[in-house]
Design a binder for this molecule. Sequence first.
Ligand SMILES: C[S@@+](CC[C@H](N)C(=O)[O-])C[C@H]1O[C@@H](n2cnc3c(N)ncnc32)[C@H](O)[C@@H]1O
Length: 278
Amino acid sequence: MPYRWLMDEYRKTNLTNWDERVDGHMAPDGYDIDRLVDDPDWITPVVRHDASKLGDVDGLSILHSQCHIGSDTLSWAKLGAVVTGLDFSPKAIAAARSIADRMQVDATFVETELYDAPNHIGGTFDLVYTGVGAICWLPDLKTWARVMASFVKPGGRFWIRDSHPAMMALDDSRDDDQLVVRYPYFHQAKPINFSATESYAGTAKLKNPDSYSWAHSMADVINSLMEAGLTLVRVDEYQHLDWQFLSFMEKRDDESWVLPEAVRDNVPMQFSVLASKP
Ligand SMILES: C[S@@+](CC[C@H](N)C(=O)[O-])C[C@H]1O[C@@H](n2cnc3c(N)ncnc32)[C@H](O)[C@@H]1O
């Protein structure tokens, strides 16, 4: 099923959309690339958070799946990891390589469809890392988990932190402060079509606004990883996001976004799963 999907319209639409987002994300009002390059001590808030959970990565090999323009991947490199990033967008991979060159960091970025990654990336890694807006773009979680697990060294770890499926079911188009369920929580084979002329970062207008995404329940995430041979170490749920999802969310000093206090306990915004390979 995933290999037939490689050629289908949903994938092509998503690839066009992700390719087009890259220029806006590289612009000064997009991701903070100049800061990443110029300030040797600065790492992205995403990696700052996850490093506090994963501990010292100095000398570890890390595979970053769906690495986009590599800002998180290269933040792991700043912490001493030997990094490889994969993404299906040629423009994202070209941007990641250009940032690595500017930083004079030795990093490997591989352009590949996730489901085809074992044909393009050899070896195994101490940590296979994925996060923040990744699995909703994938139609088949069982194959995703098998691909992820295949890259983890025996004794190595797998980590994902991503949008919580309960949060993804909410209606993000409302301009009042109501939490209203609009989309399915459980997986459906047919994806949800979104159309947005702006990305979540930067102000560039998109000429290819359409994208398709799939819901994956918490049980699907956890069971797919266990069925792929990984051992669950820890599951967490969080009240914050690294981007603004609803108009009435509040930005905190650490650059994360939360719901107003009155409803903060009502729904989780993100989850993480840490697993290991025996
Ligand atoms: C929201 S981004 C990940 C964001 C990343 N955490 C960051 O902020 O830099 C999602 C990435 O998934 C990639 N992607 C989507 N579908 C993919 C697929 N089927 N195979 C490989 N990469 C894919 C996109 O190109 C995009 O770079």
